[in-house]
Design a protein around this ligand. Structure first.
Ligand code: GDP
Ligand code: IMO
Ligand code: MG
Length: 423
């Protein structure tokens, strides 16, 4: 293993949480490298369901040190709620570490995200968790970091400076109530004491671990097609979910990465606005949504559903350099007579196998489908490839051949055991 990255290969919610949980059994560190409380990772173990937004899902394993890398943005109000819920479920949080370079998602970030999303025009369909405004302040170099939080004077200075810029926007552009600096300073001084025991220098921690060849799992959030640069801009998140983001968000050098695992559903989902060539708005889509319980972990929104898009998946395989693929939720496709899989796009009267990340152009692409035979049987009890119906195996072979990446895991249900190891 050494350094293994788990990356969402589609538009998020590919079951990264479940796959990370499987690898975490053999890991010493599990590290979140990007995003914030926009993520929602569900892990089902021994009949219990755990929901993670900020805390790496590896925390469930007693040998794992769960690390929030510097590329993550952290909402401390949301963190408090999540930590309390996990504590209630008996999860030991003493093995948590939080990077000093982590940027804080402040109440004004969340407010600005909500105000912006309330506009009809240009709406992205964000999770309204303040993610875009937090990364914007980071790039504008007026962000507040965990390191600032550790010293009250520094915190006060940073908050005062940023509110001088953000309050006029809140008031004049959106007509909303400005935030009070002193109240924020008080609130965040309190949070500082709550998280102080967890704060550490993440790049140093992980560099040393990598030099000792201790097994590290990097837990991706969101998905490749939501990447700020390589996704369907502007309908993206504001961080780098791709494998390169694992290096940016942790301080681990690219030549240390040994395995890059893509996680893809056997079909496709998307939450929020933006082009989706294989989207199904008919009863087939409803059936997949119902079977797959496709409602968001974070916002509860119904996810948009469509056929598997191999043009997009092949792009994800190349952008990330997948060394292996985990195909999840294959059980959801049981009971369909025929299954469609998109193998090319028709764009400007020509056919292409290359993904088009430009959103307006992608919106004009027509999917070209291959049709495969479905299978009738439920497969959630299958534990080996041989137990799968022939047509389900043919479906997996078709994916593998098309994207030239070996499928090494297949998931046929939410729980740990409902997994097929292929190699
Ligand atoms: P993540 O954000 O990538 O971690 O994915 P989510 O947790 O948001 O969404 C995946 C959902 O599918 C969760 O509710 C999982 O419990 C569930 N799940 C995971 N693997 C499977 C599977 O193989 N089959 C089914 N039916 N559900 C699964
Ligand atoms: P996980 O880690 C699915 C989507 C939002 C929206 C866009 C921008 O559970 O896979 P943001 O709040 O990030 O500014 O919203 O990105 N999005 C996700 N979709 N899964 C996620 O996370 C997502 N995180 C953000 O719906 O379209
Ligand atoms: Mg999710």
């Amino acid at each position: 293993m050494s350094v293994l990255v788990v990356v969402g290969a589609q538009w998020g919610d590919e079951a990264k949480g479940k796959i990370v949980d499987l690898f975490a059994q053999r890991a010493r560190y599990v590290v979140r490298y990007a995003g914030g409380s926009n993520a929602g990772h569900t892990v089902c173990v021994n009949g219990a369901t755990y929901k993670f937004h900020l805390i790496p899902s590896g925390i469930l394993h007693p040998n794992v040190i769960a690390v929030v890398g510097d590329g993550v943005v952290m909402d401390l109000r949301a963190f408090g709620i999540e930590a309390a819920a996990l504590h209630e479920q008996g999860v030991d949080l003493s093995r948590l570490r939080i990077g000093r370079g982590v940027h804080l998602t402040m109440p004004y970030h969340r407010l600005l995200d909500e105000l912006e999303e309330a506009q009809i025009e240009g709406r992205i369909g964000t999770t309204k968790r303040g993610i875009g405004p937090t990364y914007a302040d980071k790039a504008w170099r007026i962000g507040v970091r965990v390191a600032d939080l550790m010293e009250r004077d520094r915190l006060a200075q940073r908050i005062q400076r940023v509110l001088q810029r953000r309050n006029p926007t809140i008031q004049r552009v959106y007509g909303a109530k400005p935030l009070n600096a002193n109240e924020l300073i008080e609130e965040f001084t309190h949070y500082a004491e709550q998280i102080r025991p967890y704060v550490c220098d993440v790049p140093h921690l992980l560099m040393q671990a990598a030099e000792r060849s201790e097994p590290i799992v990097m837990e991706g959030a969101q998905g490749t097609l939501l990447d700020l640069d390589y996704g369907t801009y502007p309908y993206v998140t504001s961080s780098h979910p791709i494998a390169a983001g694992a290096c940016l968000g942790t301080g681990i050098a690219p030549n240390r990465l040994t395995e890059i695992w893509g996680v893809a559903k056997a079909y496709t989902t998307r939450v929020g606005e933006g082009p989706f060539p294989t989207e199904l708005t008919d009863e087939i889509g409803d059936r997949i949504r119902n079977r797959g319980r496709e409602y968001g972990t974070t916002t509860g929104r119904a996810r948009r559903v469509g056929w598997l898009d191999l043009v997009a998946l092949r792009y994800a395989a190349r952008v990330n350099g997948f060394t292996a693929l985990a195909v999840t939720l294959l059980d959801v496709l049981s009971g369909f007579e025929r299954l469609k899989v998109c193998v090319a796009y028709r764009y400007n009267d020509a056919q292409t196998r290359e993904f088009i990340a430009d959103a307006p152009a992608l919106a004009r692409c027509e999917p070209v489908y291959a049709e495969l035979h479905g299978w009738r049987e439920e497969i959630d009890h299958c534990r080996t490839l041989e137990e799968l119906p022939t047509n389900a195996r043919a479906y997996l072979n078709f994916i593998e051949e098309h994207i030239s990446v070996p499928i090494r895991l297949v998931s046929v249900g939410p729980s740990r055991e409902q997994t097929i190891q292929c190699s």
